[in-house]
Design a protein around this ligand. Structure first.
Ligand code: SAH
Length: 227
């Protein structure tokens, strides 16, 4: 057992049961995709939060993960993953905003390959440790700025952005194959970057871009540059 897992061994005993309850709640909240439900059931969320908060890991609320950032509430993680999948297999996914790596671990269950980018170095290190502790092997983590060109020749089937923007980042859309989908929290004006946004789905169709809005959410803003 690795240090990261041992640390939480005490609550690990009950975590499978609390997680089953969390999944029941997700169903009640309207999550229907069984592939997503299984992923939420499989990933131990308590590993990703500070030890003092581990006891609250399965509540449906966002929690602090350090560096002023938050891990999204389980419903939002499940909802974004469900929207991204749209009932299809996802060979390759790009995530912007790794944070502690929880959403990444969920994506690793529903996609063959996950490429994730985080701008804060301390969170990159934290996510690497967390994913290593869980033996997640189909993820590549990059310390980088995901608001612009990634400087890599990468084509993906889905993109998930876990930080809020007022515009769809055009540079990212270039990495999405035709027929692929992007899910992100979009704010209608600058003031809402620190307020309420809408989960937005962007479909890259052969004849252009289609956009649809869903749930109201609250994410931290997508910021430029490295930290
Ligand atoms: N999905 C994460 C939570 C994300 S919080 C989890 O499960 O823990 C949003 C994250 O986006 C933060 O860690 C923040 O540092 C990161 N972020 C903000 N702007 C970014 C950018 N331009 N490129 C990469 N990451 C960014």
């Amino acid at each position: 057992m690795t240090a990261g897992v041992e640390k939480f061994a005490g609550i690990g005993m009950t975590s499978a049961r609390t997680r089953a309850r969390m999944v029941e709640r997700l169903r009640e909240q309207g999550i229907r995709d069984e592939v997503v439900i299984s992923a939420m059931e499989a990933v131990p969320r308590h590993i990703f939060v500070e030890e003092a908060l581990a006891i609250r890991a399965y509540e449906d609320s966002p929690l602090p993960i350090g560096a002023g950032q938050t891990i999204s509430q389980p419903y939002v993680v499940a909802r974004m993953t469900e929207l991204l999948r749209a009932g299809r297999d996802l060979p390759r996914v790009l995530e912007i905003g790794t944070g502690c790596g929880y959403q990444t671990a969920v994506l690793a269950h529903v996609a063959s390959e996950v490429y994730t980018v985080e701008r804060i170095a301390s969170l990159v290190a934290k996510a690497r440790n967390n994913l290593r502790a869980l033996k997640v092997e189909n993820v590549r983590i990059k310390h980088g700025d995901g608001s612009g060109e990634l400087g890599e020749d990468l084509e993906v089937d889905g993109i998930i952005v876990t930080a809020a923007a007022t515009k769809v980042p055009a540079a990212l859309l270039r990495h999405l194959r035709v027929g692929g989908r992007m899910v992100l929290p979009l704010a209608s004006r600058d003031e809402d970057l620190r307020g309420v946004q809408r989960l937005t789905v962007i479909d890259k169709a052969p004849d252009g871009i289609r956009e649809q809005s869903y749930d109201a959410v609250r994410f931290v803003p997508l910021l430029p540059g490295l930290a």
